[in-house]
Design a protein around this ligand. Structure first.
Ligand code: NAP
Length: 296
């Protein structure tokens, strides 16, 4: 592997191994098995596949997991009732409602119905607020994974200029807030650019660390970065590729070849940020189980 590549697969595997080991110790010392509940609504193939991967990770880490699938016609009340049952179930430490939900369901209302202590996706407004004001919180998994990639690759963030391109609630805003905190492994100067920024190159060229989450191929090309930049590419895009059996391949939001040639470090797609999300879900669930055991 090229020397400047940040290997998300290896880092994710290391985190899952740590979680597995700590779960074993939690079982032995305190008789607690972390439990994660999944709610799937409807038959979205991508959602089913994501939940299967998460179930496999639970098995690997030694967690107990349960999946309930409701039909796409399930009412909001049925969904809320299911979440309520898990909110009071002492064997369940994490609740994950796989998004998106059908159009007739108010996603915000469902997310807000999850106990913040079991909100292992980190989307509940209580956890979002705690993140912003620097209190201990369950962090959303993809940004938490990006943070771990930087930490574990020994990339200094203190005093560095981090430019985030994209301001979604699941990636851009939370990673900006994580890196802005006055804390070890953060303490960066953060700029957030988005589609109203006009010439985004004016921002990306100033970045010491550039995090790109737009969902658009080639949002950042080589002329838009300085030498020695660290690049985290969050994008997952399908592009047609007749040479592949499936007829497509997956690329990120960054021109990997061009930008990679100038970068001090870069995440590949696939194999960069992608594998981190599930690892952080496992870490969040273990943390939630520990906190429950401590009565916090
Ligand atoms: P999103 O909700 O669509 O947000 C995209 C953001 O990018 C928006 O803030 C948008 O600006 C901004 N944007 C779009 N085009 C731009 C441009 N040309 N210049 C500057 N800003 C631009 O997307 P998301 O959910 O954050 O996801 C982003 C990408 O990450 C997607 O490819 C997604 O598949 C991937 N992703 C990967 C993982 C993972 O690896 N596990 C997890 C989540 C997401 P406005 O706000 O002005 O519209």
């Amino acid at each position: 592997m090229q020397s400047n590549i940040i290997d998300g697969r290896a880092i994710s595997a290391a985190i899952k191994e740590e979680v597995r080991e700590q779960t074993r110790a939690l079982k032995e010392e305190r008789r607690i098995v972390p439990g994660l509940a999944f709610l799937l609504v409807g038959e979205n193939a991508a959602s089913q596949s994501y939940v299967r991967s998460k179930e496999r990770a639970c098995e690997l880490c030694g967690f107990h997991s349960t999946t309930v699938t409701l039909p796409a016609t399930a009412s909001e009340e049925e969904i809320l009732a299911r979440v309520d049952n898990w909110n009071i179930d002492p064997d369940i430490h994490g609740i994950l409602v796989q998004l998106p939900l059908p159009d007739h369901v108010d996603e915000d209302r469902v997310i807000e119905s999850i106990s913040p202590l079991k909100d292992v996706d980190g989307f509940h407004p209580v956890n979002v607020g705690k993140l912003v004001i620097g209190q201990e919180a369950l962090l959303p998994c993809t940004p938490a994974g990006i943070h771990q990639l930087l930490l574990r690759s020994g990339i200094e963030t203190a005093g560095k200029h981090v430019v985030v391109v994209g301001r979604s609630n699941i990636v851009g805003k939370p990673i900006a807030n994580i890196l802005l905190q006055k804390a070890a492994g953060a303490n960066a100067v953060v700029t957030v650019a988005h589609s109203a920024a006009g010439d985004i190159a004016a921002y990306t060229r100033q970045a010491d660390i550039l995090i790109v989450a737009t969902g658009r191929v080639n949002t950042v090309t080589a002329d838009m970065v300085k030498d020695g930049v660290v690049v985290v590419d969050v994008g997952i895009n399908r592009v047609e590729d007749a040479s592949r059996e499936k007829g497509y391949r997956i690329v990120g939001d960054v021109d990997y070849e061009g930008v990679g040639a100038k970068a001090a470090a870069i995440t590949p797609v696939p194999g960069g940020v992608g594998p981190m999300t599930i690892a952080m879900l496992m870490q969040n669930t273990l943390n939630a189980a520990r906190r429950a055991a401590d009565g916090r």
